[in-house]
Design a protein around this ligand. Structure first.
Ligand code: ZN
Length: 158
């Protein structure tokens, strides 16, 4: 049974409320995360607690237990002249900017003449998430993983 400080291997499909697929990890390239360390959104972590290898579940997670509600104060209209002139500003382009003392990632949503509409919310803010998950493996975390607060597997060592 999955409990705090287990390393969990999962396959999942993530869709929004319109049924559009937002992400997935198949059994051939599953996701590993450290349970109880806030590596994944709180609603998913709650749903996975106590599951066992081979268990499957459909989970619906409201924004407040996923990436939060959309913050309208992060929807900004920026004049084109604020961007470097050698950059071709296009929708979906991302850039980071300091706001209130911390780096925040903004995504360009649309461009109207000289006005660039940007969104500093997480791309999934305000969205209800629909996960289809299957638990593929559970093991205890190593002392090093616990001290780092994340999983060390194949590609990730530091
Ligand atoms: Zn590490």
């Amino acid at each position: 049974m999955i409990k705090k400080n287990d390393v969990v291997t999962l396959s999942y499909t993530l869709k929004n409320s319109d049924g559009v697929e937002l992400g997935k990890a198949g059994a051939e390239e599953p996701m590993n995360y450290l349970h109880g360390a806030g590596n994944i959104v709180p609603g998913l972590e709650e749903a996975i607690e106590s599951m066992q290898v081979g268990d499957k579940k459909e989970v619906t997670i409201p924004p407040e237990k996923a990436y939060g509600e959309l913050d309208p104060s992060l929807l900004l209209k920026v004049d084109r002249s604020n961007f470097p002139s050698d950059i071709d500003v296009q929708p979906d382009m991302q850039f980071s900017s300091e706001m209130g003392g911390k780096e925040n990632v903004f995504t360009v949503e649309s461009i109207e003449g000289d006005q660039v509409n940007v969104n500093g919310n997480h791309p999934l803010a305000g969205q209800t998430l629909h996960f289809n998950i299957e638990v593929l493996g559970i093991r205890s975390a190593t002392a090093e993983e616990l001290s780092h607060g994340h999983v060390h597997d194949g590609s990730h060592h530091h």
